[in-house]
Design a protein around this ligand. Sequence first.
Ligand code: TMP
Length: 216
Amino acid sequence: MIEGLFIVLEGVDGAGTTTHTKLLAEALRGRGLPITTTREPSDGPVGALLRQILTGRVVVPGISGARPSSWSTMALLFAADRLDHLEATVHPNLMDGVTVISDRYDHSSVAYQSVTAGGEADTVAWVREINRHARRPDLTLVLDVEPEEAARRRKERLGGHEIFDASELQEQLSSFYRDIERYFPGDRIVHIDASGPREEVHAAILHQVRVLRGEV
Ligand code: TMP
């Protein structure tokens, strides 16, 4: 049995990773490929806890009132969720020859947790270390959009406020993602200009997957 491909979509909130995960899966399925889509935080037990923290449902009691968990607690939870996600969903599918498309992976941890660490030294190295056993994707597509456009898209979508929604943080994340490959030497990471119409972005994504598959 030939293993499936592991493809990851990444970017700031509002970049379109969820939409394009779905569109890519539909396109590949239409070509007869076995595909599954998944996401991080995952739908597993640690992922469910993370979503409660992200929406403010679970907080840390503090002297000056309730607050979200610290960046380092978040980094460890995301790493635990990732390994559980790999074990429960990603690996079994890949072994069955199914291509797995994940909406976010450990690039999100390196970006979000190190940016929210607020300039503390060696954060990236530590986040990468706790994710050492996370299998590398065959292809990571980083969707690049200007922070203003991402903010506009976030406003349009349904759903409540999340702890990483602040515009200033999203701007920092946007510049972090611009050259995120420097933290992942050896990974195949391709940037996609995601500021244009949905169909054009989808075509650019599909093209990169076809290049990976040796079709073009
Ligand atoms: P999403 O479902 O909108 O993508 O929300 C997930 C949020 O969690 C998003 O703001 C990015 C953040 N995140 C991290 O901070 N670290 C991680 O490792 C992952 C996977 C997501």
